[in-house]
Design a protein around this ligand. Sequence first.
Ligand code: FAD
Length: 686
Amino acid sequence: ARETSESNIDVLIIGAGPAGLMAAASLAHLKVPFRIVDRRRTKIFTGQADGLQCRSLEIFDSLGFADRVWKEANHMIEICMWNPGPDGVIRRSDRIPDTIVGLSRFQQIVLHQGRIERFFLDNIDKYTEKKWGGVERGTLPESLEIGMTGEYPVKVVLRGLSDEEVEVKQVIVSGEKSVGNIGSDGLFRSNLGDAAEDEEEELIRQSKKRGGESEIVNTKYVIGCDGARSWTRRALGFELQGEATDFIWGVMDIIPITDFPDIRMRCAIHSANDGSLMVIPRENRLVRLYIQLKEVTPDASGRADRSKITPALIFGAAQKILRPYKIDYEYCDWWTAYQIGQRVGTSFSDDTNRVFLAGDAVHTHSPKAGQGMNVSMQDSYNLAWKVGLVAKGICKPSILSSYQSERRRVAKDLIEFDHKFARLFSGRPASDVMDAEGVSMEEFKDAFLKGNLFASGLSVNYGPSNLVVKPGNPAEQGDGSTRSSLLEGTPHNLTEEEFAKKQALASGLPVGMRFNSFKVLNQACARPWHLQERLKLDGRFRIVLFAGNILAPEQKQRVQTFCDKLDAPTSFLRRATPKDDKIDSVVEILTIHSAKRTETELLRDFPEILHPFDAHNGWDYNKVFVDDVSYHEGFGDAHTNYGVNKERGCVVAVRPDQYVGWIGELEDFEQLTNYFEGCLLLRDQA
Ligand code: FAD
């Protein structure tokens, strides 16, 4: 056997699906050294998840590749509902906008997971300082030990697989031959069938037997993004709790040949007796059909017989549901089937906050609401900057506890939503008001409308922690349970009344929710920007200073006093910034004022700390903005939209992931200091 090598790395990511790649991209943007391994030999090329919510697009924009996705994707504009009429024949009963109007600068789009993975890989390559070696494929963890001491306390042994071993795995899990020229078979990765829990152990045994390579990696943190059958989760001894349902669905990506009029719309179709169908129009003429399979039901053990499921069976079901319309295809890109199961992980991290789980590893549910990839990526977007900033010594380790408290609650909400949605979708439509067992189509539409807000990803509202200052018990886990480690470092005792007063200073920026975006103009060059475009993921916290009417003498003085405090040698801002770094390297200050742009001068009217000077680059012209009318893109009316007083303004602390952490008056400097003392490691200036 070869000698086992040993190395150190700040963060090890296990699994390179959407969650793992999001973690990797975030760390690349923060310049934190990481490695990412995956058992698969290649990325995904067809099928699997395809829906992208508004929030995911905002996140992609913070990483710099939303434009690529936006251009290539199919845009979902309208949802059509089809239901049986009194004669039992399906007809269009409703149209609603796919994304709630005005919710975000982006709307829901669809593009397959393989392209998203491609964009991630390119982005990581671009932002990794040293040449990035890429995802280490055909590699899986063999053991994991969490130590208590040293800079790299977690020890993971990695094992390399040969090409044959990676191949073998697919045969083991699939257990059936490929389906020929009818498109890629996604069944082998589906949750149907009985893939052995110990398949990894078998692969490792084989690799050991032939003297395959292994390596010891000592790391500060591990992020387990290894999907629904997560090895990392099992290594930690955690479980997914929940149940499988009896609903079995087939998925097909085809180029349809049909007379159904709404094939290029997103459709929810309930037939009278043949089940339900969802139509998702896709890029490149493709259409995805989600089809309820009434002919396949789970046995007494709760498992469905996978061998019965073929493309012909799935498509036959679709043809029946769509009657009297006809549908056929010449080309199928991919197909799969799954049994809806709704499960949430018992824990998202180990007790010492060294090993974390994200994505499908901690929540599984039906794919129809288009949530899987989105929520998975949003998990690791929430986590990676925290891990990265703690690894760099900028943030206190106690911020890591907020990952579990914030994301487990989201996962639980997601399962609840999915539960309701799946039942309404899979149920038979009620024939009339007396039909208690049937699903009321009014209720379905209502759930769809409400679900749209949830599905956008924009209703997420994080609870109290040392990163979010609001009343409540930060140890609460969203399901009645508490975790006392979450109380560490949360010094904010705010009553409901005090909080309501602070929140009223910017009623359109709820504390705990993502910073909404409206257009403002750059004071120096008059170019309009969506404010969110200035909140890139680079690991920096931000203070958004609504400076009010800067030309009114009294207000100008308030701003001056606030800035003097920021600029003082002992201020949290100075203490947070490493000695030789620029003053905006840990916390960046962005200013928005409400005076007339043409009457205001950047250098004359704004204290230097708001547009810092450096000897190489001169003044920083990209930090002060005005809420005024643009030449070509109208008026963003940011103050009205954010609910901020135009004369007096306010101060908002924003986390690196764009969530609002704290709101206060310009005079609340001490509370602002408390906020940053709660999460940043400040240098002792004594
Ligand atoms: P995954 O994408 O599952 O990524 C996990 C990664 O970890 C994989 O690359 C895997 O190879 C790797 N890995 C696993 N074990 C190990 C190990 N021991 N060591 C190293 N690497 C490991 N969502 C929808 O919205 N619509 C759909 O139609 C849809 N269809 C799906 C069909 C199938 C067959 C599957 C499997 C999923 C589908 N999903 C769908 C769900 C969607 O793909 C996931 O929600 C999303 O990919 C979750 O991302 P993730 O990164 O958490 O996990």
